[in-house]
Each structure stands twice: as structure tokens, then as C-alpha cells.
Design a protein around this ligand. Structure first.
Ligand code: TRP
Length: 321
């Protein structure tokens, strides 16, 4: 079984990405080795207004971080280094209808009806379907926000197979291995995303200890007091609940703590301890960017070999010589 996922380089990776996705991915990668494929979806990052210089820096940073996390037993690649992704995407645009693309929730929320919306935001799900179908992925672990796109990938695979011949494996949506759900420290009812209005509630993976401590110290809690205040209640005490979740996800416990000050100190210590080895590996790897580039070059080559027969079969079935 191929394990498979792509990450969009639209911002610096966060503690939320790490505890929610990257750490579980590492466990999978270490079990499945090169048969897991993890990609950086740089083409997807072009679907909204972007800054070329920022993208040029974010991709190698993300690439180095994925290595620092320990994903390397998997095949690591950058989407645009494997041209089959854009080629198959075009063929799938010729199978998808404007009606179904127009119904995609992400498109509706991020740009439908706005004349300056990039055309690529509209066709985004065809590219994502190409990502998935090229690797004959049977199960695709995605969060809620991406379910509809994987459903579309299923529909396109079925339609293509039915119309032009059996080329694609029809993927299923899998529930990703449970990772911690980390919320924004300043706004604990929203996910700790890569891009929140302000970074004050976001711990980035490369935030150094003093920055982590400052952000945790300023985390929103509530005005309850006494030992009974230190408990989980996602509705009424979202901030405190989030801090306890982070603490436990980083191997600590809130038991025996009696003040929010003590809780925050414990969270800061646990997060710093979790991030330190990762940052050390990142710093070591960043000293030798050519070695990182080589890992991704080998990954892209493996991907080109894996995907070539699938693309060739699709071209052939649809009538291209
Ligand atoms: N669209 C996904 C996101 O925004 C990233 C992505 C691109 C992806 N291609 C994929 C995820 C293929 C899973 C499989 O998070």
C-alpha cells in the first residue's frame, strides 16, 4: 500500500503541523520506507497571489524540515520536479466538468465570483487528483477540508476508466493516524494554521526557545482560579484545554500543577524539549543545502519512474499518440 500526502508551501510549518501531521507521518514513513511518498505541493502554492521570492525560500526550508523531522525513509519530492503532475492534471481537466469544479467548497470560499481569482484555483482539484492517481494511491489520508477533493479524484478516476479504459486505481479516503489537534494560542477556537492574521498564537517549528516561551506565556486562558481551574473543557475553557493537550502531546502532564503560570511553564518546557532535537537536525542539514537537494533529486527521479507508466497509459487511453 502506498502512503501518500502533499503539503502546500504557503507558510512556515508550525507546531500544529508537526503534532497533527508530521509526527504521525514519520511513524508511517518508518514503517513503510520508500513506499511512502511525501511531496511539497509547490504548484498548488501558485493558485493564490504569491511572492516568488518567498516561495523560493519556503520550499527548501520545508524540504529541510521534512528531513529534520525524520521522514527520509519515505520518498520525498517537490511536485514541480515531476512534470507528470501537470501533464496528467491537464488530461483530468478534460474529464472534469465546470459544474463539479464550481461546487468545490474551497473554491467557493476562496474565490468563486471574484474576477481576479486565478484560473488555477478553479482547476486545483484536477491537479490534486493527478497527484493522487499518478501513484496509484489506494488510501489517501486527508483532513476534513480536503475530503471533497479526494471524492472528486475518485469520481474522475471512475469516469476516466469507464470512458477510456481501466487506467487508474480508484482511491479511498482514509482517516489519517490520529495526531494532536493543536489550536491557536491567541484564538483557541481556530486551528493553529500556517497563516493566521497574526503569528502571536502560532508556534513555528523554527521558533527558538525564547520565542516559544514568550508565545506560550501570552497564551489566552480564562479567569478561573484554584486547582479546579486546571481541567479540560473544550467549550468553556478552550485555551486551557489546548495547553493541556499540547503538554500531553509533548510527553508532559498537567497533574499536580495548580496555577496557569505553572501550566504555561510546563508547556513551554515540553515544547522546547520536543523542538530542540528537530531544530538541531535542521541547523545541521541547513549547513549543507546540496545534500538536501540531492535527497529530493533522488526522490523526484523515483517519482518519475513510478508515474511514467501511469501517465503513458492515460495518454494512450485518451487518444494521444
Ligand atoms: N490540497 C492539499 C492541501 O491543501 C495538499 C495536497 C495537494 C494533497 N495534493 C495532494 C494532499 C494529494 C493529499 C493528496 O492541504
Amino acid at each position: 500500500m502506498t502512503n501518500f500526502s502533499l503539503l502546500k508551501p504557503t507558510g512556515h510549518l508550525t507546531l500544529g503541523n508537526y503534532l497533527g501531521a508530521l509526527r504521525p507521518m514519520r511513524e508511517t514513513a518508518q514503517r513503510h520506507g520508500a513506499d511512502s511518498y511525501y511531496g511539497i505541493a509547490d504548484l498548488h502554492a501558485l493558485t493564490v497571489p504569491h511572492d516568488p521570492a518567498a516561495l523560493r525560500e519556503l520550499v527548501p526550508e520545508m524540504a529541510t524540515l521534512l528531513l529534520a523531522v525524520g521522514l527520509e525513509p519515505a520518498t520525498l519530492f517537490v511536485q514541480s520536479h515531476v512534470p507528470a503532475h501537470s501533464e496528467l492534471s491537464y488530461l483530468l481537466e478534460c474529464v472534469a466538468s465546470t459544474g463539479e469544479l464550481n461546487r468545490m467548497i474551497q473554491f467557493k470560499e476562496k474565490g468563486r465570483g471574484v474576477p481576479t481569482t486565478r484560473a488555477s484555483l478553479f482547476t486545483y482539484p484536477a491537479l490534486m487528483a493527478a497527484d493522487i492517481l499518478l501513484y496509484r494511491a489506494e488510501k489517501v489520508p486527508v483532513g476534513e477540508d480536503q475530503r471533497q477533493h479526494v471524492e472528486l479524484a475518485r469520481d474522475l478516476a471512475l469516469r476516466f476508466n469507464h470512458t477510456y479504459g481501466p487506467v487508474f486505481t480508484v482511491p479511498e479516503i482514509a482517516t489519517p493516524p490520529a495526531g494532536a489537534r493543536v489550536m491557536d494560542l491567541q484564538d483557541p477556537t481556530t486551528k493553529m494554521g500556517k497563516s493566521h492574521a497574526s503569528g502571536a498564537g502560532i508556534v513555528y517549528l523554527l521558533d527558538r526557545p525564547d520565542v516559544v516561551r514568550r508565545k506560550v506565556a501570552r497564551a489566552v486562558t480564562d479567569s478561573d482560579t484554584g486547582p479546579a481551574a486546571l481541567r479540560r473543557d473544550r467549550e468553556a475553557k478552550a485555551g486551557v484545554t489546548n495547553l493541556i493537550d499540547i503538554l500531553e502531546a509533548c510527553g508532559g502532564t498537567a497533574e499536580g500543577l495548580s496555577t496557569y503560570g505553572a501550566l504555561k511553564a510546563a508547556v513551554a518546557d515540553a515544547v522546547v524539549a520536543e523542538l530542540e532535537p528537530l531544530q538541531k537536525r535542521y541547523d545541521d542539514l541547513a549547513r549543507d543545502p546540496a545534500a538536501v537537494t540531492a535527497v529530493y533529486a533522488a526522490g523526484a527521479e523515483r517519482c518519475r519512474a513510478t508515474t511514467a507508466p501511469v501517465l503513458a497509459a492515460a495518454r494512450n487511453a485518451i487518444g494521444l499518440g
